[in-house]
Structures are given as C-alpha cells and as structure tokens.
Design a protein around this ligand. Structure first.
Ligand SMILES: [Zn+2]
Length: 347
C-alpha cells in the first residue's frame, strides 16, 4: 500500500486540455512551464500514474492508487516511469571536468531505458523535473533525438520554470503547457484540508507564497527544520561514534508519519553527502552549508569513511522502504535503524 497524495489543485485549463485530448492523442513530449510550486511535477507524476493505471476513473488525473502499477508509481518504484534526479545531474555536472562521464552516463541510461519496451506492460514515461536547471549542453543535445522520436507509446514530460531557458531545438519538439500561479483560496484550502494547517496560518502562508503551493509548503516546513537538524546530528553521531549509543532523537511514541518521512529523508541526505564528500570533495554536496560538520565526521571516521557511510546509506534506504511498504510504527523503524547504524562500529 502507498499513501495517496493530496489531490491535484488548480490549473484547471491544463486539466481540461488533457481531458479533451484524451490518453490516445498525446504528443510524444510536453514542456510543462510556469512558476515554481504550481504543480508541474505533481501533474506530470499523476498523469504518468494515470496512463499506467489498470483502472483509471478519468483522464488525466484519475489513477486508482491501488492497482499494481499505481502502487509502484506512488512508491517511486515503477518500472515504466522514470523520473530523473536533476540534483544528481547537477551535482555531477559541477564536477564535470573531473568526471565528465557521470552526467553522460545517466543520459545514456535514460536513452537505453526509453528504447526498451515497457517493463511492466505499461507506457514508458520519462519525467525530467527542472529541465532548465541542467546547465550542461550535452544533456539536452543527447536527449534531442529521443524527444523527437521516442517511439510509440513513449512519453517525455519536462518541467521548467522559464520556457525561454530551454533550447529552441528542444522547445520546438515539445508541446508547451503553461502553469499559472495558484489562487490564494486554492492554496489555503489545500493547506487546511491536506496538511493539517489551521485556517489563519494557512491564509498567511498562502498570501506570502504569491501563488506557489510549493513555497507555502516550504514555509510550513520551516516548522520542520528542528526535525531535520535532529536527524542530521543523529546520523553524524551514529557515523562517527557508532560504538556509543547516540542520543536518540525524541520522536515520541506517536510520532506521525510525516516526521518519520522527513527524518529519513534528511538522514539519507546527510549520509549521502558525507559519502560523496569522502569520494569527491565538496563540489557535489546537496547541503553545502553543512560541509564543515561533514568534514569533521569524515576525519573522525578516517579511512573507513566511505565504506561506513555507504553501509549507513543502505540501512537508511531499507528503513525508507519499510516506512513505505509496511505498517510498522515509526518508533519501530527508528529503533531498527538505530540498531543497524550501531553495527557500523565494526566497520
Ligand atoms: Zn491504478
């Protein structure tokens, strides 16, 4: 089972456009463009889930959420839906001179992947969020041919904030779809109905977000910065002194799922960053502001830094899978992860 995301909000003209078009008449590539936080990526994912759903109730957003392809899509483990990690491309691109191959390898992987037939009998779909933030030219150039003629049933969904930042050669091969800023009332309603935010605060967030649900949610996340910092310190303590039981973050017995998700997400970023730093230095860090703490952790681990953090990353990934795929209580998953991380003392 997977948790259903909140329903898509706003962009009625986009939803209506696709509804009129229907699933059979889609073009091979769409460029979803508009301000950040207005639902471009959410729409792309939901469209992809709906296209691969066994029992969709409507188009373009009527995925059932319970069939096999939907559950795998929601968990991010669909064999047919490939979402490109642009942070990864960026991270590797910033060290491009040293490791020219990496970004290139991922592009080749996309192409090989899209040339294959469907893994699960569905429709192969490639989602590339933040396509305009890919600064290296070779990425769009290599993708051109694929986007032009991806083959029957295949679909590319690119999201960008600025349409004019995309190479004309790519733009001309895509159908452009404009996403508008959301209305204040749409954002307020979404925040109160699905994110448990009180009316008054939701209105404030909505007003300040200037039509970006993403920004409103980020502001609410400011409230979760404590959780992120706790997760970060916890992982760093586990990595550097696994022989001692690091102070367990006080998640509480009834910690909600969102706290678990946020903690594991941050734990993953931290472990990943320490590992990346031990391999290739500061250039590829996601969270550059933490580099001095990473450096301290790395020197505390000495030669075992890479191996130890790689193992930690594996444990955290397992915990993330447990959190997605089981009904285990958050406290159980934290406890399990704590035990695994302590075993790193032997490495
Ligand atoms: Zn379904």
């Amino acid at each position: 089972m997977a948790d259903l995301p909140p329903p898509f909000v706003g962009q009625r003209h986009v939803v209506e456009y696709f509804a009129r078009l229907g699933p059979e008449r889609l073009s091979q590539a769409y460029l979803l463009h508009g301000p950040r936080g207005t639902g471009k990526l959410t729409f792309a994912r939901m469209l992809a889930w709906t296209l691969n759903c066994e029992r969709p109730t409507s188009f373009p957003l009527g995925f059932c959420g319970v069939c096999g392809p939907c559950v795998r899509g929601l968990n991010g483990s669909s064999g047919d839906i490939l979402e490109i990690d642009v942070e990864f491309i960026q991270a590797t691109a910033s060290t491009e001179r040293k490791t020219d191959k990496l970004g290139m390898d991922q592009v080749r992987a996309i192409i090989e992947r899209m040339q294959l037939k469907s893994f699960e009998g569905g429709r192969p779909i490639c989602i590339i969020p933040g396509f305009d933030t890919i600064t290296t030219e070779f990425v769009p150039n290599v993708l051109l041919k694929q986007i032009e003629e991806p083959g029957p049933q295949k679909l590319f969904l690119l999201t960008v904030e600025r349409e004019d930042a995309v190479l004309p050669t790519i733009r001309s091969r895509c159908t452009s779809i404009r996403f508008d800023r959301l209305t204040e009332s749409d954002i307020t309603r979404q925040l109160t109905a699905y994110y448990g935010i009180a009316d008054e605060q939701a209105t404030t967030f909505a007003r300040r977000s200037l039509g970006s649900l993403g920004d409103a949610l980020a502001e609410r996340e400011g409230a979760t910065s404590d959780i992120r910092e706790a997760a970060r310190s916890w992982v760093l303590a586990c990595l550097t002194r696994p022989d001692r039981l690091p102070e367990m973050v006080d998640f509480g017995k009834d910690a909600p799922r969102e706290v678990l998700d946020e903690t594991l997400r941050q734990a993953r970023i931290t472990a990943r960053d320490v590992m990346v730093r031990s391999i290739s230095g500061d250039d590829a860090l996601f969270d550059i502001a933490q580099r001095e703490r990473y450096a301290r952790a790395q020197s505390a681990m000495g030669e075992s830094a890479t191996v130890r953090t790689a193992k930690a990353l594996g444990f955290i990934d397992e915990a993330i899978l447990m959190a997605h795929d089981t009904y285990a209580a958050p406290a159980t998953i934290y406890g399990w992860l704590q035990v695994q991380l302590r075993s790193l003392a032997a490495s």
